[in-house]
Design a protein around this ligand. Structure first.
Ligand code: C2O
Ligand code: CU
Length: 496
């Protein structure tokens, strides 16, 4: 493949130029044409975005101010006795749990103490566009040594998360849970476990792994092929030395404690870069109640399959004893592991394979939105295509034939019903994420669950329905961080 080298170099040089464009960057998006839908782009600084923010303030009068301080720093982290270099929020892995009520006025004073620029993205929240934290799309990158105040109103309760949106920064440790409570809704559980899953590199940085992928090497330790029937083939590009649950490896696990008979709400968040997890709690069935922050009709399962960026909430009634919470790195022959303890007994084996894992895992196909959370069934005003492509030899990943930042925006107007259809022409699965909206997985009867990230298997098409109620420029991308870095992204662009 030496013939591909010059092209690789060109591609990365173009990225550097565009991403470093500084003050001109908001013009970068605004200047993109290629749509015959005339009209001007609604950018983060547009009056429409201010109007949206003001209408949210009116919708939630009396929201409490909630202030957080968040710093990103270079820090070491202890993984089972081995110090590893990391980039962390508030020196924690994962970052601190941020929590607010629906309608609160959340202000996060963010300090960037990293050696490079960054931004923070609030994954899944339909907030004002200028607070979405995407460099060169919704804000200028926050330079090293400076700060930025994020100021937004979380509009929907549920399990969300936050992470850096800088190039290949997330895998260094910059992620954490963001929980939005609904003070008006009685909680149907006694205790809560927030479970952040991730894949962790010990010897290399994500940027080094990316270079290796681009160079044509498999960026993995030796081992059998990484394949999974549930993911339709290829499970991932990177085999990791360790998989973490709340920043802890299997031989030094997180322990969740509770009392027998308590109902626990388990909030699963996949913060990984390249790993789907199949999660089960030994000795228990999971009753899945929500995905991506939105309720579904409760459904029982032994295990769930969760792609990068997705969240699943499940309620369990806890038995008496000590139980393995297992997060199998799907198709990768290893697992993350934690312990749920409600009574005496020896800790389970970190390699435990609870029988709940034997049946196929629950996926989106098994879920139905609750009545109150369905989008009304109406004909789409416009149908947009996102064809997902890739060239494994060059390690280039594309949307509609272009590798971001090259892109042709998907142009929409406010107050439309948009159908966005993802078609996966590659041999690998992609967890596709749209910022600023919670779409519905399209079904004729309107029962499709609300999601902000949906798995699209190889050869599959997945249609999603979106009500365009949040004007701005919204990135849509694969949540595999290597695929995003290699170009699998475009902009869902409101125009007037
Ligand atoms: Cu988790 Cu662009 O996002
Ligand atoms: Cu992908």
């Amino acid at each position: 493949m030496p013939g591909n080298r010059p092209l690789d170099v060109q591609v990365s040089r173009r990225r550097v130029l565009q991403w470093g464009a500084g003050a001109a960057l908001l013009g970068l998006t605004a200047g993109c044409s290629g749509t015959d839908d005339a009209g001007s782009t609604i950018g983060p600084d547009s009056p429409e975005v201010r109007a949206y923010a003001e209408s949210e303030e009116r919708r939630f009068p009396g929201g409490r101010p909630v202030a957080y301080e968040l710093s990103a720093t270079q820090s070491d982290v202890d993984i089972a006795g081995t110090r590893t270099a990391a980039w962390l929020y508030n020196t924690q892995l994962p970052g601190p749990i941020l929590r607010a009520d629906v309608g609160d006025r959340v202000q996060v004073r963010f300090r960037n103490q990293l050696p490079e620029s960054t931004t923070v993205h609030w994954h899944g929240l339909a907030i004002r566009n200028d607070m979405d934290g995407v460099p060169d799309v919704t804000q200028s990158p926050i330079p090293a040594g400076t700060e930025f105040v994020y100021d937004f109103i979380p509009p929907d309760p549920g399990t969300y998360w936050y992470h850096t949106h800088g190039d290949l920064q997330r895998g260094r440790g910059l992620y954490g849970a963001l929980i939005v409570d609904d003070p008006g809704a009685p909680s149907a559980y006694d205790t809560e476990f927030v479970v952040v899953l991730s894949d962790w590199l010990t010897e290399r940085t994500p940027a080094e792994v990316f270079d290796q992928l681009r160079g044509g090497g498999m960026a993995s330790m030796p081992g059998p092929d990484m394949t999974s029937a549930a993911l339709g083939g290829d499970a991932g590009d990177v085999r990791y030395p360790v998989y973490l649950v709340n920043g802890k490896p299997p031989n030094d696990p997180t322990v969740f404690t509770a009392r027998p008979g308590q109902r626990a709400r388990i909030r699963l968040i996949n913060a990984g870069d390249d790993t789907a997890f199949r999660v089960a709690l030994g000795g228990h069935r999971l009753t899945v109640t929500d995905t991506d922050g939105f309720p579904v009709e409760p459904v029982d399962t032994g295990s769930v399959l969760i792609g990068m960026g997705e969240r699943y909430d499940a309620v369990v009634t806890l038995q008496d004893g000590v139980f393995p919470l297992v997060a199998v790195a799907e198709g990768k022959g290893a697992q993350g592991f934690a312990v749920v303890r409600t009574g005496g007994g020896a800790a389970p084996d970190p390699a435990a394979a609870p029988r709940e894992l034997t049946a196929p895992p629950l996926t989106v196909a098994d879920l139905r939105a609750t009545g109150a959370d369905r989008l009304p069934v109406v004909d789409p005003d416009v149908t947009l295509e996102a064809s997902l492509g890739g060239d494994m030899k060059k390690y280039s990943w594309t949307v509609n034939g272009q590798a971001y930042p090259d892109h042709t925006p998907l142009a929409v107007h406010s107050d439309q019903r948009v159908r966005l259809v993802y078609t996966n022409t590659t041999t690998m699965w992609h967890p596709m994420h749209l910022h600023g909206h919670t779409f519905a997985v399209a079904r004729p009867d309107g029962s499709g669950p609300r999601k902000d990230t949906v798995i699209v298997l190889p050869g599959q098409s997945v249609a999603t329905d979106i009500d365009t109620t949040n004007p701005g420029q919204w990135i849509m991308h694969c949540h595999n961080d290597y695929h995003l870095a290699a170009g699998m992204a475009t902009i869902f662009s409101y125009v007037t």
